[in-house]
Design a protein around this ligand. Structure first.
Ligand SMILES: CC(=O)SCCNC(=O)CCNC(=O)[C@H](O)C(C)(C)COP(=O)(O)OP(=O)(O)OC[C@H]1O[C@@H](n2cnc3c(N)ncnc32)[C@H](O)[C@@H]1OP(=O)(O)O
Length: 211
């Protein structure tokens, strides 16, 4: 149960989705911080200023929500999380009311489970991950920190996905697949083999892109 007031980091599309989820759950939101204000967000939410404004608030008195999305190859979401953690701040974990999660699922700080997500028994969702709209994480999966599972992706049972991975929209990973850190799986891919760290794979079946 989140009772502290919350500040959202970021002013783009992902921040908007987080703010909407928070509003539906009647969380107390102070506003959002970003380099510049967003006319779209300003309709409903308060722009507080640039990121550094957060340091005007005591880490004991507020929680943060990481509203920075993650697309292929980007590390900003991870960097922002680590910067504020280093300075003593804590991140709220967001779980949309429509999610279905097994009782023994482990969900770490700052993870975000969006509308319609299903997570089955024995899975671990690490810190600062995004499990986006209608994604499915089957039983006994492990997802590393800062990883983004895009809308509609299906991760079958026993998969082990590293940190800062981007699984594209609608991708399917069959059971027991290992995915190395900092990898990208293209939208719509079907992954049948392990994915090495820092690689980009896509297609049906997914194959590595040689750059
Ligand atoms: C809420 C949200 O919106 S979350 C956002 C979700 N976003 C996603 O899931 C996007 C995931 N990203 C992708 O799928 C990307 O296309 C990537 C990362 C796989 C590749 O990106 P890039 O390296 O920029 O590839 P680029 O666009 O230059 O395409 C190179 C070639 O690969 C093909 N290709 C790219 N992505 C895919 C894919 N997912 N499946 C099949 N083919 C693909 C292109 O058609 C192109 O082929 P061509 O050379 O014959 O024309």
């Amino acid at each position: 149960m989140i009772t502290s007031p919350v500040i959202v980091l970021g002013g783009g599309g992902h921040a908007n989705v987080c703010l909407d989820l928070m509003s539906r759950q009647k969380l107390s939101c102070l506003g959002y911080v970003a380099l510049t204000h967003s006319p779209e967000l300003d309709v409903h939410y308060t722009y507080l200023g640039a990121d550094e404004i957060v340091f005007n608030y005591s880490p004991e008195k507020i929680l943060l929500v990481n509203g920075i999305g993650k697309i292929s190859g980007s590390t900003l979401r991870k960097e922002v999380f680590e910067k504020f953690k280093t300075n003593g701040y804590s991140f709220a974990t967001l779980i949309h009311d429509s999610c279905v999660t097994a009782e023994d699922v482990s969900i770490e700080e700052g993870a975000q489970l969006m509308a319609g997500v299903v997570i089955n028994a024995g899975s671990t969702i690490s810190a600062n991950t995004i499990i986006n709209t209608r994604a499915v994480i089957e039983h006994n999966c492990r997802l590393g920190p800062h990883t983004h599972i895009s809308p509609g992706a299906i991760v079958c049972g026993g998969c082990n996905i590293g940190s800062n991975v981007h699984v594209g929209a609608g991708a399917v990973l069959i059971q027991q697949i290992e995915v190395g850190n900092d990898s990208v799986i293209g939208a719509g891919s079907v992954v049948l083999k392990h994915v090495y760290e820092k690689s980009i794979v896509f297609g049906v079946p997914a194959r590595e892109v040689i750059t």
